[in-house]
Design a protein around this ligand. Sequence first.
Ligand SMILES: Cc1ncc(COP(=O)(O)O)c(C=O)c1O
Length: 378
Amino acid sequence: MKTDERRLRALKGLKWSKYDKDVLPAWVADMDFAPAPEIVSVIQEMVDLADFGYRYHDVDLLISAWCDWVDRSHGWRPPLDECLTFTSSISALEAAMVLHSEPGDGVVLFSPIYQPFRTAIEQSKRKVVDVYLQGPAWEFDGNRFEDALDSDTRVVLFCQPHNPTGRVYTQKEIDEFAGIVEDHDLLVISDEIWADLTFDGIKHLSLYPNNERLQDRTVTIGSASKAFNLAGARCSVAHIASSTVREELEKFPEHYFGLNSSFGAAATVAAWTVGESWLQEVRIQIEENRNYLHSRINDESSGLSMHLPQATYLAWLDFSNTRLADNPSKRLLEEAKIALEPGSKFGTQCGSYARLNFATSRNILETIADRILKTVNQ
Ligand SMILES: Cc1ncc(COP(=O)(O)O)c(C=O)c1O
């Protein structure tokens, strides 16, 4: 996969425009690879024809394209008539959470976690039930989960594969999770938008088809935004297996949650129908990058450590045994001109961590690793 630094510097997206020119950005979860040529040409065709009017063709195909993709890629088929489109994954998560709980009710998250999960709970005046995951393995801990629950807890926000740790929860972990969820009659909102980026032949396990106890209580969220580098497309699809949430959603008029744009839908449908060979190439490069970064960091006995992610293009770096333990991302921005995501965004207990996005060229990644290790070793 090629990356062109001139193109990257010209982008108006957040990742490359937020910081000064001397900073290398490895923070927000966009890749540095241009999206699949098949996707670009679909949008190019719209631009060439100036086809910017009402155009619902691709919007109408979003759900079936996702269901076919999930069937081909992950071996299960979400029932079409139980799926809905949303303009973002977090919008789907928020809608399901709010419709299944009241202000003051408990909503579980497993931290460290992608920050908008916590914000969604706080802004809707639900109560955050924060279950800490433990490094370095970041495994699901049933005892900790069960201890955190009380009679006001209604919803669990799950992330499979997990951002930021890159864990793919195993069948054993899912089974233990499902038992507790059923015993406490909870709704599970499973954000699976990283499903297509697993490594080492590890299979992504969707929650819904992999434990029957979860089948009437799960909302599964999918999107092309991470695997196909289309965060600007603003298209997500959710399989609402929970009949109670489906009934609540059916009470809203059709346009209440917004309609996808024709550009986003065209790009997303192209991703799920003709994007597969591009994705295979990207997966190889990301896996090589992950291996490179992991050995660089763990071989150089600098005190910095990185757990090997099984999925995503995110490295969850532990700076607690380094001179940067106190707010590493701030120090690295100042001293190394590298922009990472601060660990504290993912959990109050994670101040000595930072998240690094390694979906870039080998050249850029080497420079990022050089600058971080040099600064740590000073
Ligand atoms: C786990 C997870 N969920 C949701 C999102 C955001 O998705 P969207 O832009 O579709 O809301 C991200 C973005 O990185 C993410 O990592």
